[in-house]
Design a protein around this ligand. Structure first.
Ligand code: ADE
Length: 237
């Protein structure tokens, strides 16, 4: 899978791309992540300016349409595979595990990270990206949201996690739309807190039943919205 990330701050991704699971996935060529500095497509001004004040007034600056369209089209031409275009914005559809699973089936994803007040609306009208939000809060830019999406998608790619099944039990995952059950490791007792007896006796049927019950209980207590009928879910529409 190939990601193309368009940003005004490519260095934000430096540490993130060289750590742990993601670094391994990159080394093993399971995923290719290309960062592109939007300023490289700026008109020939001394400061490589990419933004301007909004027509009609108002605070902040907008990223200009021409620079963005030129940039996206040039990047797309670098690889024959069509890219799924995603623009990160708090106005977008909510990102969740289902969206991550859907994206993990794609060959190529382009992530457009906004800054300031966002992009000129014609970026959306012309490029028709999917607009995606990672939550009902406003970040300083789309970069952190792009990292969230890369992280959630890459761990779903075959071969990335050590154990092929190790994301099946995850909260919200395909095999389990509930919150994950609690887990324990040694010691068996710490400060008077003992590991539940059922996990120690090797009865796999009883363990599975206990875990299922814990998942249900946690979900009911913390996120009863997840127990609604699947077809109510916005991303299943
Ligand atoms: N850019 C700013 N805030 C954002 C959010 N909540 N999700 C995605 N992109 C954003």
């Amino acid at each position: 899978m190939r990601f193309d990330i368009v940003t005004l701050f490519p260095a934000i991704f430096d540490g993130y791309l060289t750590q742990s699971l993601l670094d391994k996935a990159i080394q093993r060529e399971l995923v290719h992540i290309h960062r592109h500095d939007l300023r490289d497509w700026a008109e020939n001004t001394p400061h490589r300016k990419v933004d301007d004040r909004p027509f009609g007034g108002g605070p902040g600056m907008l990223i200009q349409v021409e620079t963005t369209v030129n940039c996206v089209e040039a990047i797309e031409a670098m690889d024959p595979r069509p890219a799924r275009r995603i623009l990160l914005t708090p106005q977008g559809k909510p990102f969740d595990q289902r969206v991550a699973e859907d994206l993990a089936t794609t060959d190529r994803i382009m992530l457009l990270c906004g800054r300031y007040e966002g992009f000129d609306q014609r970026v959306v009208d012309i490029l028709q990206p999917e607009e995606v939000s990672i939550g009902d809060f406003v970040l300083n830019g789309g970069e952190v949201a792009a990292m969230v999406i890369v992280d959630a998608v890459v761990r779903l790619l075959p071969g990335v996690l050590g154990d092929e099944n190790s994301n099946i039990d995850d909260s919200f995952s395909r095999g389990n739309r509930l919150l994950e059950f609690p887990q324990y490791t040694r010691p068996r007792t710490y400060r008077g807190h003992a590991v539940p007896e059922v996990l120690l006796n090797g009865d796999h049927k009883a363990i599975a039943a206990w875990r299922e019950q814990q998942s249900q209980q946690r979900t009911q207590q913390r996120r009863s919205d997840l127990l609604r009928n699947d077809t109510d879910h916005p991303s299943s529409k």
